[in-house]
Design a protein around this ligand. Structure first.
Ligand SMILES: [Zn+2]
Length: 325
């Protein structure tokens, strides 16, 4: 256990929601997510989110019990972590905060431990995704409480992922617009091969003609090929996805020039990528139209974001909207 956790254990029971902990507020407001979600977390941290226990305590009226078990008091922590619907959502989530399990009885402590994760690779992304999941847990609770309607946990997690991906997409376009003309603009989106022994991730983003997102896929692998092999694998997976979806016309954009060239001149004799390119050329024939283009890495920001995100995923992540004919 690290020192921060020790320190917080000691502080437990004191009024920990004080000004001395203003770091938690700064941390919250600095998150790259919707204002609505920050406000929700703020209410959780202040202990004013209207769960049944809070309502009963403040008004003296109503029933403090949780609607799902009936016998448990619906505290904030019960609702977010321990209630059956919450447990199922966390189980379906692609991330887990194992080190935080022991702090679930106190949301404030839990949140403070979560702050430690911001220094980890992609930690901030995971935190934002976690905020999206917490929000969906609350929405799921409301649906049970008010409509007696329980939603499927996998669907709820996908909704959280979708909102996260969409917000990242919008945010990154803003970033690019802000930074345009600046040489440093490309740094954020650059990908370099991870050191040996690391996992590699793949990120695939599907868009409609109007550039609206229709799907996102992220997966990670232990294997470490050269970047061209990883790119070819991603393209092959992308084509498989498009085929499964029944799309007839696809335009594949990616940022590995060498592979684009090889596919376009049907060159499959390279010992490393040859077999994959051969596969790609074969699957390509199943489409009415299938073309391959090179784009700058900056133009492919969301996919790259997903790649980095995918590396630490527990499960593969698939998100897609329903596809009308
Ligand atoms: Zn419950």
């Amino acid at each position: 256990m690290n020192s921060r956790k020790e320190q917080m254990k000691e502080g437990e029971g004191n009024n920990s929601r004080n000004e001395a902990n203003s770091g938690a507020w700064k941390f919250l407001w600095s998150q790259n997510t919707k204002q609505k979600l920050k406000h929700f977390i703020w209410k959780c941290l202040r202990g004013i989110l209207p769960v049944n226990e809070v309502l009963k305590r403040r008004s003296g009226k109503g029933d403090e019990r949780c609607v799902c078990y009936g016998e448990k008091t619906e505290t904030l922590e019960h609702m977010l972590f321990f209630c059956r619907h919450a447990e199922m959502i966390w189980k379906a989530a692609p991330i887990s905060w194992d080190g935080l399990q022991e702090f679930r009885h106190n949301f404030w402590l839990w949140w403070n431990c979560l702050m430690d994760a911001k220094e980890r690779i992609q930690g901030r992304d995971y935190i934002v995704l976690t905020i999206n999941i917490l929000w969906q847990v609350w929405k799921s609770r409301n649906s049970i409480q008010f409509n007696r309607e329980e939603r499927c946990p996998e669907g709820i997690v996908k909704k959280a992922m979708m909102e996260w991906v969409e917000y990242q997409a919008v945010g990154s376009v803003d970033d690019l617009n802000r930074k345009s003309g600046d040489d440093k603009a490309s740094n954020g989106g650059r990908w370099s091969p991870p050191p040996k022994g690391y996992r590699v991730g793949r990120g695939i983003v599907a868009r409609k003609d109007d550039r609206g997102l229709i799907g996102a896929w992220a997966a990670s692998d232990d294997k470490l090929g050269e970047p061209a092999v990883e790119e070819a694998l991603a393209i092959r997976q992308g084509l498989h996805i498009a085929k499964e979806q029944g799309w007839r016309k696809v335009l594949i954009q990616f940022d590995c020039k060498g592979i684009v060239g090889k596919i376009n001149v049907r060159k499959a004799e390279d010992p490393n990528t040859g077999v994959l390119i051969f596969d790609i050329l074969k699957i390509r024939q199943d489409f009415t139209e299938c073309s391959f283009f090179f784009i700058q890495r900056e133009g492919n920001f969301v996919a790259h974001h997903l790649v980095k995100f995918a590396i630490n995923l527990r499960n593969d992540f698939v998100w897609q909207e329903s596809f009308p004919e």
